[in-house]
Design a protein around this ligand. Structure first.
Ligand SMILES: [Zn+2]
Length: 453
């Protein structure tokens, strides 16, 4: 498949009049700048082209909660992450495999429309609503696989280990009964998915890794058991999202979460820590030295009142990081990067914090490149941008959009992130093919009515 763009973001810079060619496997095979449009008549004309981005942290079912948890309940003096979690469990306990597929199709389509071309699904809804194993233990996972295939988005599915309700606990609560799993059941899910991906020749689009819910939910022995069984796959874990979680960890384990993971689990480049919000400089340094990465989820972290990540320190340490939309109160990468930079500006009373921590003068360029490279690592697939051998994922923008109109060429990425209402891509490609939107609104509406009325 051949495409032509007047301006494309290639390995950290704008190139002009670019011929982009994808081979039959869906990977870039040729990138040729300074190619006149008339010389490649058979190429599909695109607008301003950027690589597609990986959404490195998603719980698809939580899309059904966006806008549904923004009111205080009862006379409690505060509303925080832990209160939100109780409301999240209400949805987690009700949603059926069919409803999960409807929600995921709607969500994945929104992600594609916003320029995300791959999603890492941190998936812990394994059992039925009563907490019993489904006849096919992969039942809920298949709903996500089908949703990805129907929409065309790439998927790294991360079946998630969840064993305890908290540090020091030995069992789950009733509200957590659908999450029940052991290293063996998670490994069985991972192997079933990996086999399916292989047999169905989906290896370009899909990958199976694993996740550990958190230090609250899994002890060190089980973490090491799962990690040892998956020597090359991506491993994701929530860590240091909440200050209470850090305090609990200090009380029960005598160390902060990231300190403990570094010392007791042996992190390496397979590991992606979700949030790592409350990490101290020596912990960020330890992660960078281990080759591990962080996934920041700026909109969700703001929505839940988690705190602000120490981005300048992380970037000075050379830590790899990506972005995720997590609870899906937002689905656009532009809003995530904007939120990340703005939280830093408010905290430090400085402008262009991302750029200050790097040699590049453009904050948007620094943020985009970090999200691109970190996202590829988090997915376990070659999704590192427009470069030979990487998967041919792209998003194309019409520069007549108000946010881009009249902007000099070299500032277009800055305007994409820092001028809103944000421009959305007019075309999106995954593995060399243009995506065709589905009509998923009526199934979504039906499911929302069933879940909330
Ligand atoms: Zn999460």
């Amino acid at each position: 498949m051949k495409y032509w763009s007047p301006q494309a973001w290639v390995q950290g810079e704008w190139l002009t009049h670019v011929l982009l060619e994808a081979d039959e496997t869906g990977h870039w095979s040729d990138i040729r700048p300074h190619t006149p449009a008339h010389s490649v008549e058979q190429a599909i004309r695109l607008g301003l082209v950027l690589p597609g981005l990986v959404n490195a942290h998603s719980h698809a079912f939580q899309r059904a909660m966006a806008g549904m948890a923004e009111r205080r309940h009862g006379a409690a003096p505060g509303d925080d992450f832990w209160g939100w979690r109780e409301r999240m469990y209400q949805v987690a306990l009700r949603i059926s495999p069919e409803q999960l597929e409807d929600v995921a199709v709607f969500l994945y389509q929104e992600m594609l429309q916003c320029g995300f071309t791959h999603v890492c699904e941190f998936h812990y809804l394994h059992r039925d609503t009563q907490g019993h194993a489904y006849a096919d233990p992969t039942e809920m996972s298949w709903a996500l696989v089908r949703a990805a295939q129907r929409t065309g988005i790439g998927l790294t599915l991360l079946p998630t280990l969840y064993m305890h309700s908290g540090l020091g606990a030995t069992a789950l609560t009733q509200a957590q009964r659908r999450f029940a799993s052991t290293p063996d059941t998670v490994l069985a899910l991972q192997q079933t998915l990996a086999k399916h991906i292989d047999q169905q020749q989906l290896t370009t689009l899909m990958h199976a890794g694993a996740a550990i819910h958190s230090l609250r939910a899994v002890d060190g022995g089980a973490m090491r058991e799962l990690a040892q069984a998956l020597p090359t796959q991506p491993l994701h874990i929530h860590a240091a999202e909440q200050s209470r979680e850090v305090q609990d960890c200090l009380t029960h384990l005598g160390q902060r979460p990231v300190e403990w993971l570094l010392e007791h689990v042996g992190l390496d480049k397979r590991w992606h820590l979700i949030h790592a919000t409350h990490s101290l400089p020596h912990e960020l340094q330890g992660l960078a030295q281990a080759g591990a990465s962080v996934v920041v989820c700026p909109s969700t972290e703001a929505n839940l009142g988690d705190g602000v990540w120490d981005m300048p320190n992380a970037m000075q340490q050379g830590l790899t990081w990506s972005i995720g939309t997590d609870s899906h109160v937002n689905r656009a990468w532009t809003t995530e990067l904007l939120g990340l930079e703005y939280s830093q500006r408010l905290l430090h009373q400085q402008r262009n914090v991302a750029a200050s921590a790097s040699v590049h003068p453009s904050s948007a360029a620094v943020l985009f490149e970090c999200a691109l490279n970190g996202g590829s690592a988090a997915s376990g697939l070659p999704l590192g941008g427009i470069c030979k051998g990487q998967r041919a994922d792209f998003q194309s923008f019409d520069t007549r959009h108000h946010a881009l109109l009249g902007i000099p060429a070299m500032h277009l990425l800055d305007a994409l992130v820092f001028s809103s209402p944000h421009a959305l891509p007019s075309q999106v490609g995954v593995a060399g093919r243009l995506i065709t939107p589905l009509d998923s609104a009526s199934a979504w509406t039906r499911t929302m009515q069933a879940l909330w009325i």
